[in-house]
Design a protein around this ligand. Sequence first.
Ligand code: FAD
Length: 478
Amino acid sequence: MLESPARVFAQLSTDEPLAQAEVVLGRAVVLGGSMAGLLAARVLSDHAESVVIIERDDLPEGVASRPGTPHDGQLHTLMHGGRVQLRRMFPGFEADAEALGAVISSPYNIRAYADGVPKVSDGRMGLLSCSRPFLEALVRRRTLALPNVKVLTCRAKGLEFRGDAVTGVRCGPAAGEDAGGQEWVEEADFVVDAMGRASKLGDWLEKGGWERPAMRRMLIGIDYATGYFRRTQSDPELAAAIAYRTPTAVPPRVASGAITSIEDDRWLITLANYGKQPPIRDVAEFRELCGELPPVYREAVTGEQLGEISTYHQADSRRREFHLLKRLPARLISVGDAVASFNPIYGQGMSSAALQASALSRYLRSAPDLRQPARDFFAAQRVVVDAAWQVSTAADLARPDVHGPYPRGYRVTKWFAEQIANASITDREVAVRFNSVTYMRTHPSALSAPSTLLRALRVNLSKSGRSGRSGGPQRERG
Ligand SMILES: Cc1cc2nc3c(=O)[nH]c(=O)nc-3n(C[C@H](O)[C@H](O)[C@H](O)COP(=O)(O)OP(=O)(O)OC[C@H]3O[C@@H](n4cnc5c(N)ncnc54)[C@H](O)[C@@H]3O)c2cc1C
């Protein structure tokens, strides 16, 4: 019997610790040693005699940015859904993180604002607040402490196939693509592509006579501007804040602003905007724009500025549809941003990678026939990617500067989504259900439960009764 996506999602997002497992693989090779690759390696360490992570960067010993992750200076929050998985994979992870300076935020020290109006706290969902290099360093330390996991510093350049399966990875020196130099093959019983959104796996599959996965894209044109400031102490409880602005016909200069408290007593603040607006590079402008957001933003930028404002542009959300491939070699999967890279504003990427690692664990525990393509893995991974994609693209499609593609039935789903999002601003019960989905703890289908919809409608009707406004379906764009 086919399992519903909601049921699969619930299984993958379990908080049960990983139980001891049978070793079913000899040597597993993971391409890419960033968040998705490290989490896949952690899971594989339970099922393989040895795990080799192939990474082109010299991975730092401690907390440091590196060239292979040019986005690592931008704000990264780990959602509740990702936190639960990290706790499963690395017992004591959060205590370690806190001891080293990360901030574990409870629902009561996160502030959220919609158009400047404080949102009600759901009383449940929290975040792990630290810089991205800090988080990655801790995940790396815990993964590389496993006795059967090691890193090889080199560049993956292609795959080797025998019959219907992958048998190895062609490697070359870590230096630039065209550096030439000797090539060699790393033998593998199982290969995981975790090479990020620019992964070349599709090229390699095509070259080997296999199919390339189709890529779906949504153009978003989002710009991040990020500043670091010395933390001021007037609100010692505050751990994180997020302020969204409703998209209007004339998009505001700042679509959303996020603050997070990070290690070494600093604030990390990101302002995001869409469309063709000039990037924010100047600290005076950065401070001025923070002044237009709720007071916590104005206050956070009063401290000493630490380093320059750094910017990042992402043109699209994209996903590669491995689950649709008719011809796919056995013993090969792809994870993380290599499969789906979402609009970063919704903070889903690392939690999605963690849930995909959970899908890998589930697959390897199911006694799969490793002579066949890993279709059961891709089916479970699709549930995670569909869930995150649905949440982020639905929110983006509501913007005047994002122009589709619109899914079937968009006009109706948009209206219902707006009802729930509006009600979640003031109603704790709707906020609990809404945040559980956006924090990646629950499958989005939970929001279409009649009880949730009815409650949201009642809340909004009573609000519009009070304010004299009416809510109804809006005209579909595009
Ligand atoms: C601006 C921005 C903000 C974000 N904010 C958040 C957030 O708040 N919360 C969140 O959860 N997510 C966020 N994300 C997403 C998050 O960064 C990613 O989803 C996450 O890092 C998982 O990435 P990954 O490991 O799949 O790929 P990447 O982090 O891109 O890593 C790919 C790795 O593969 C290596 N590699 C590539 N090619 C080769 C090769 N040929 N040989 C060897 N090694 C190779 C690279 O060096 C790199 O280490 C954000 C992303 C961006 C861009």
